[in-house]
Every structure is written in C-alpha cells, then in structure tokens.
Design a protein around this ligand. Sequence first.
Ligand code: ATP
Length: 234
Amino acid sequence: MLEVKNVNVYYGAIHALKDLSLKINEGEIVTLIGGNGAGKSTTLKTISGLLTPKSGEVKFNGKMTNNLRATDLVKLGISHVPEGRRIFTKMSVMENLEMGAYIRDDKKEMDKDYQKVFSLFPILEKRKGQIAGTLSGGEQQMLAIGRGLMSRPKLLLLDEPSMGLAPIIVKEIFKIISDINESGTTVLLVEQNANLALKLSHRAYIIRNGEIEIEGKSEEILEDDRVRKAYLEG
Ligand code: ATP
C-alpha cells in the first residue's frame, strides 16, 4: 500500500531522514519506534505531504506522491493525526469532526461516519456540543483520532497517541486503534511507548538518527536484545 524508498529529508542543513525506506501492506498495523529527535514525526510528515523529500520515492497504492500537497494526499486516503493532537480548541467537538471531513460533500456517507466515530468513542457523542479545549487530555486525543477518521482514510498515521496520558486511558486508546484496524483501516503508529506499540502492531521499524536501524515482526522485535536494552528496559 505504501512504499517509502531511500528518502532523504532536510531541515536546512539538518539531514533528518537518511536513505530511509519502509513498507506498509494493506491491513497492517506498523509501528515506528525511536527516541527523541530520531525522525519519527519527520517520517509521518513526509508520508502525509507536509514535507517534501530532497530525494527518494514515496508511493501510495503505486502512485508517486513525493510532490503532492497534503490535501491531495487526504483525498487519496492518507490521514495524519499529529503529535500533540492539534485539535481546534475553540470549536466544539462536532465542529472539529466536521473539519476532518472538509474534503467531502457526501452528506449521507458523512453521517454514517459520524456515527462510526461515536460508536468507537461514545464520550464524543455525549460531549458533541462542548468546546474541545475543555475536554480532558484523553478525550482530546480521541477527538483528534475521530477527526482523522472523518476523511475515511485507507491509511491512518498516528503520531504518539499515548503522549501525556494516564496508563488506563492509553490502554483504552490502543484498544480502539486495534478496532479501527480490524474494521479495515491500515495504521502507521509512531510511539515512544515501545512496549505497548510492539504488542499492538504486526511489524515494526526502529529509527535512530534518521536511519532505520532494525525492522521485523513486532513479536520478534520484542525479544531483540538491542531493542530491549535501548527501548524496553528502564
Ligand atoms: P520527538 O519524539 O522528539 O518528536 P521525532 O523522532 O519525532 O522526535 P523529529 O521531530 O522527526 O523527531 O525530528 C528529527 C530531527 O529533525 C531532529 O534532529 C529535530 O531536531 C530536527 N527537526 C525537526 N523539526 C525541525 C524543524 N522544523 N526545523 C529544524 N529541525 C527540525
């Protein structure tokens, strides 16, 4: 479904992604794990068209997307839920969801998707008239994911959905990510919480200094000594 091949991304003189390659097959949950500044968010931004690589290829369902704008990528079926949630804090929950559907005009189908989001996150239906900035951290993360789903993505990019949340809420959100995947959406999950992310995902990539260091099946990576030392213990 998605193929990133030898991609190089720079911020001015900073070489943030170095010949980075990864693949995502339809139906998978793939996780990208790494420490602070490793290049995780940069990878997602490159896939969703917020950054343009200097060289290399990004292909989505066989189509080169390197030079497409983020809006075009949403239309093709890629939705990016950014780090730090970035919901519209002064708008209501419902208005935030409507913003997620801005590329659409199929009212009937959109209504179905609002219902789908509310069945995944019943709390959002209860709070639909509430100003989003007054939601709890966990509810804001749910809203960010719900908004991301409103473009009806084929591939959902999630940037650190567990950040700053209590363990019990993180568990709830991870369960919902698994439900979203089971209902047919492919997921690329960026996480610092390596343990949980590896338990949830099918395959994983470990990124360090802008390079993929290790890749493989998540269950095998969980047992990898290098990964255990660097990301799972202490
Ligand atoms: P974190 O979890 O801390 O967000 P990350 O793995 O997502 O880490 P990136 O945000 O992708 O890391 O950053 C990769 C590298 O690019 C880092 O060295 C970072 O300092 C640099 N970088 C990121 N954004 C910018 C920017 N807007 N301008 C300049 N350098 C940047």
